[in-house]
Design a protein around this ligand. Structure first.
Ligand code: HEC
Length: 148
């Protein structure tokens, strides 16, 4: 009994260690690049809250205030998307016509959404938010992450 227990504990230890090693060596963790941080900290949360709001059938005054915060954050992020980052790779990428084109579409759809918020035009906001999703996906397909 005691031996079996010890073996199990030992086996668990080995499993634990090898899991740790596998993780250290192979876990697909994206490096904290300029673009990654911008996407994860700013653009992702703002876009998600915009899409959550546009999924609802109506928007209360409070919702419009919140949506405006989202479109403001997205508008503030747009120049950084165009800028593209600080590494040599980032700078090269930002010069490509694909990047400038997706970044321009991003700026365009975000500004349509922001204008719709100013007018409290829910239909226009929903359309801009849908188009924005296509821009996110389009750029992600054109520039898949190096580490995933
Ligand atoms: C002009 C190109 C471009 C546009 C437009 C763009 N992204 Fe990204 N996004 C990237 C790149 C490049 C990365 C990978 C960054 C890295 O890891 O270095 C990324 C990564 C991300 C990530 C983190 C990695 C992941 O796959 O989960 C999130 C979240 C994200 N983007 C959300 C969005 C959202 C939401 C939008 C639209 C509102 C958007 N992005 C629009 C280029 C873009």
């Amino acid at each position: 009994m005691k031996i079996t227990f010890a073996v199990v504990v030992w086996a668990m230890g080995v499993a634990f260690v090898s899991l740790g090693t596998a993780r250290g060596a192979g876990e697909a963790r994206a490096p904290a690049t300029f673009m990654y941080i911008l996407m994860v900290d700013m653009i992702g949360p703002a876009a998600n809250s915009l899409w959550a709001a546009t999924a609802a059938p109506t928007l209360s005054d409070q919702d419009w205030v919140r949506v405006k915060q989202s479109t403001t954050r997205l508008s503030e992020s747009a120049p950084s998307v165009s800028f593209g980052g600080t590494t040599t790779g980032d700078i090269e990428r930002a010069k490509s016509s694909a990047w400038t084109s997706w970044a321009a579409k991003f700026t365009d759809k975000v500004s349509l959404a922001a204008n719709a918020v100013e007018r409290r035009d829910r239909m226009a906001l929903v359309a801009a938010a849908d188009d924005l999703l296509e821009v996110c996906e389009g750029c992600h397909v054109a520039f898949p992450q190096t580490v995933r």
